[in-house]
Structure formats: structure tokens, C-alpha cells
Design a protein around this ligand. Structure first.
Ligand code: SF4
Ligand code: SF4
Length: 280
């Protein structure tokens, strides 16, 4: 395939001028038929050639606030995350419009991809895997995208287009894991629900039901770190247990309301905070 190098440079510069912290190009073909995605980029743009991966870093201060007081967390991390997702959506839209002006088709994806309840975490297309293919970072032991500059303290979005942009390639894939994770595993030690393990490579080292106990707020309400066995073993996911546990912890309804208003923020980010990459 032939690429338009000057268009690639122009689109990258345009994306950065809108406030993105980092941008990379993934080859659309590489994001098709992978075990991580439940949709193909070609379902969005039938002649897709490229996916633009756009990254925003968190202001470090927003991640340093008290995790003890939930209201502090809600009005700092959750609000910051929501603002970042909105900014990413706006950047994605402008990039798509710019490509359209130049005669190409482009579809910006929502930065907060809808979650399929049966699979919960695995989305139609995963921004973090697109970012890995686009050379922005590597998937770490915490299953998050680890950038060399800011570790996992980033949010991402993607724009699918038929513009022939030059791909950056997965130049960091496997490297950050090998150089950092394999002698670290701080995220695994920090995970209160033991959702992560050292035994396998990501994404196979991750137990969704245990993580849901943390991210959905049950850990904070119950003060119990390891979820009950029936929660861990529930299928298709622990979300089938929610009605029964709501009777036990009725305040979860308030948490769910807050999450709905604030772009589904996770109530646990211990594995993100523990990561030393980008802090050295
Ligand atoms: S905390 Fe350590 S093991 Fe976990 S993602 Fe970061 S570098 Fe890798
Ligand atoms: S979000 Fe919390 S519960 Fe889930 S893997 Fe990370 S540290 Fe563990």
C-alpha cells in the first residue's frame, strides 16, 4: 500500500494543535480479526486504511488527591476523567471533519466506548490495543496502555479513516512489558481484589469479576477486599449478582447514579496509580 506521508504529518500536527498530547497511526488491517476486538474497523468505514490513535495525559495532581474520601475522589478524578473524555471526543470530531474536507471518510469513535454487558471489559474496538498498534505504548501487567512518558495515566480515543496515512507500527509492543513490568509487578501487589496475576501475560492475567468488585464500588461499600466466591465464580459476569448485593448494600444505587453522570468512572484505579513508569 502506498501512504501519503505529507498528509500523515499534516493530520498529526493538526491533532496536536487541538490539544492532544500524543498521536499515532495504526494500520486498519491490523485491528481486524484480533481476539481483543468484537467489531472490525471495516464495520465503521468499509474501505478503512488507517486508525488515528489520540492520547491525553492526566494532570498528575488529579491523581494525587485522597482516595479515602469518596466525595473528594468524585469531584477530582471522576470529573477530570469526564472532562478528558469530552475533550478527546471533540478532538476526534475535528480530526474527522478535517479529513472529510480533504476528501476522505472518517469516523470518530466515542472515547468512552460502550461496554458489552456479556463481556463487560472487552469493547467493540479497544482504544488501548489500537494505541499499541499505533506505537503509543505497550499493554502492561495491569492491562492498561503504558506510555513511556506518562505510564498508564492517560485516556485515549480513535478515528477510523480511509485516508492512506503512514502507520507508526507497534514499535513498543512487548518492550515496556519486558523492560519494566517483568521486574516490577507493583500493580499486582496494589490490586486489592487480586484481579491480576504474574503467572500469565496480559490480557490473560486478569480476572474480570474480581476487578468489577473494585471498579463498581462494592469494595468501598463493603470494606471487604476479596470478593465472595459466588461473586468471583458468577457467569457470564458478576453483574448477574448485582440485584442480590444491592439488597445488602443499598447505597450502591447512589454510586451507580454518580457513575452514570460521570462517564462510568471506575471506583478503583489502584493499578494505575501504582505504576512507576513515567514517574522516574
Ligand atoms: S506497575 Fe509495574 S508491572 Fe504494573 S504496569 Fe506498571 S511497570 Fe508494569
Ligand atoms: S482497577 Fe482495581 S480491582 Fe481492577 S485490576 Fe486495577 S487495582 Fe485491581
Amino acid at each position: 500500500m502506498t501512504y501519503d506521508e505529507s498528509l500523515t504529518t499534516e493530520i498529526k500536527q493538526f491533532t496536536l494543535s487541538l490539544g492532544a498530547d500524543k498521536v499515532g497511526i495504526a494500520e486498519a488491517e491490523r485491528a481486524d480479526k484480533t481476539p481483543m476486538f468484537f467489531a472490525s474497523p471495516f464495520s465503521f468505514v468499509k474501505d478503512a486504511k488507517s486508525i488515528i490513535s489520540i492520547c491525553l495525559k492526566y494532570p498528575e495532581g488529579a491523581l494525587e488527591v485522597s482516595k479515602e474520601d469518596f466525595f473528594v475522589y468524585l469531584s477530582s478524578f471522576a470529573s477530570t476523567r469526564q472532562a478528558m473524555l469530552e475533550k478527546l471526543n471533540s478532538i476526534g470530531m475535528e480530526v474527522a471533519r478535517e479529513l472529510e474536507k480533504k476528501g476522505y471518510r472518517a469516523v470518530p469513535l466515542d472515547a468512552n466506548l460502550p461496554i458489552d454487558e456479556r463481556r463487560w471489559v472487552s469493547c467493540l474496538l479497544s482504544h488501548r490495543y489500537i494505541a499499541q498498534i499505533a506505537g503509543l505504548g505497550d499493554i502492561g501487567a495491569n492491562n492498561l496502555l503504558i506510555t513511556p512518558e506518562w505510564g498508564p495515566r492517560v485516556e485515549l480515543t480513535s478515528v477510523i479513516t480511509n485516508a492512506p496515512l503512514k502507520p507508526d507500527g507497534p514499535k513498543l509492543a512487548g518492550k515496556i512489558f519486558e523492560e519494566k513490568c517483568s521486574s516490577c509487578f507493583k500493580c499486582i501487589e496494589a490490586c486489592p481484589t487480586q484481579a491480576l496475576s504474574r503467572e500469565k501475560m496480559p490480557p490473560y492475567n486478569f480476572e474480570l469479576n474480581r476487578c468489577l468488585w473494585g471498579t463498581q464500588g462494592w469494595l468501598q461499600l463493603s470494606k471487604i477486599e476479596i470478593p465472595p466466591e459466588e461473586w468471583i465464580n458468577a457467569r457470564p459476569t458478576a453483574m448477574v449478582m448485582v440485584p442480590r448485593y444491592t439488597a445488602k448494600y443499598p447505597f450502591i444505587k447512589v454510586y451507580q447514579e454518580w457513575q452514570k453522570k460521570k462517564a462510568d468512572f471506575p471506583c478503583c484505579i489502584a493499578c494505575m496509580l501504582a505504576c512507576p513508569v513515567g514517574k522516574e
